[in-house]
Design a binder for this molecule. Sequence first.
Ligand code: F6P
Length: 361
Amino acid sequence: MAKRIGILTSGGDCAGLNAVIRAVVQRAVESYGWRVLGIRQGTMGLMARPVEADELDLGVTSSMILRQGGTILGTTNKGDPFAFPMADGRTLDRSNEVIEGCRLLGLDALIGIGGDGSFAILRRMAQQGGINLVGIPKTIDNDLGLTESSIGYDTAVAVATEALDRLQPTAASHSRVMILEVMGRDAGHIAIAAGIAGGADVVLIPEIPWTLAHVKAKIERIKAQGRNFALVVVAEAVKTEEGQAVTSNISAEQLRYGGVGHRVGAAIAGATGAETRVMVLGHVQRGGPPTANDRLLSSAFGVYAVDLIAAGKFDRMVAWRNREIVDVPIAEAIAHYQAVDPNGTLVRTARGLGICLGDRP
Ligand code: F6P
């Protein structure tokens, strides 16, 4: 039977979202003869009246959007419908309006592309409103459980690695210690992966407490060995030596990491006398064309998500495990938050390469 499915992107954008949208439309329209409605700005589009959604037809399946960063649907990482911030400072439960939005669109199923925060909201909404939900994992932070990779992560790592490629020659030219602060929210996945791929000397991640004494010893050893520069990667959620997270409050609803790189840079300069420069990489890690790997993951996830709907399997998230796509319960993916394993392969690799992780010289 012909179905009508909705698709939305939720939470922070990343590279690869458009590649998923393309794959979903291709599979649903071309293979199954269904209709696909693209919902604007995540749940905000479902809350709006009239509901903000447009039919996505084969026009979006050209390879043009496959390589395009961002999301053609728009997204939001604020405005939780269960605690929606009102102009007067109160929060209101507007979840029923969002559920009603799905009914108004006449959806048989909804594909949500998000991270753990978005999935928690979408799943609660789906349970409350009897919506047939399928989830596709995306987050540059790569901290969702039960999937080895989420869309956007590979591109973020590639961008951070390229940043190190560009920082190294200028560091060597000026005999400097370069500090690169990368995103990742509470997880250090981007930092450790890019640190290894980009030849960092020091990588600080939130999962491993650090001391300045160890970093100082490493920088001094590099100097004693005759090298005139060093590369340091710092994940944004790393705490200062005093144990403080460096954040800024954008609004009551939004707390953002950012700036610990400057604190680490100043500490290294003070302790070693080295000239330091700090680069906060920020949102360039999320924009731009997706890597080949992210395009592959997005395409495979999109096709599989539509097939799950065809098979009548809901409340499932598509996942990449052991070189295959599988589906797992959304609730379990949220419950198994995936930080960097301090004894895992990448940490062992980094140590094996002599990279200082701040807990030993
Ligand atoms: O979760 C993705 C992410 O890019 C984090 O790595 C980062 O801390 C945060 O989003 C930034 O959010 P915003 O786009 O609201 O500044």
